[in-house]
Write a protein that binds this ligand. Structure first.
Ligand SMILES: [Zn+2]
Length: 72
């Protein structure tokens, strides 16, 4: 007698999107990822999009070190 434990699982519900909505979501995700990459890795005060201040740099400073971006 084989005893296989089978517990009922809820089936995964697929997300169904139309092609234009999928493109919009993917483009939005790509833009957010590039913006996050810029603010964590590139924004450095002198080249900041908000002018010559280091607020963004200081806000993400620990993340910069954690991800290995050159800093100081
Ligand atoms: Zn640093």
């Amino acid at each position: 007698m084989s005893s296989t434990l089978s517990t009922p699982r809820a089936a995964a519900t697929p997300v169904v999107l139309s092609l234009p909505r999928a493109i919009l979501w993917l483009a939005s995700a790509a833009f957010a990822a590039v913006a996050l990459y810029y603010f964590v890795g590139v924004d450095q005060g002198a080249t900041s999009v908000f002018g010559n201040d280091a607020h963004i740099h200081e806000f993400v400073h620990d993340a910069r070190h954690f991800l290995g971006f050159p800093c100081h």
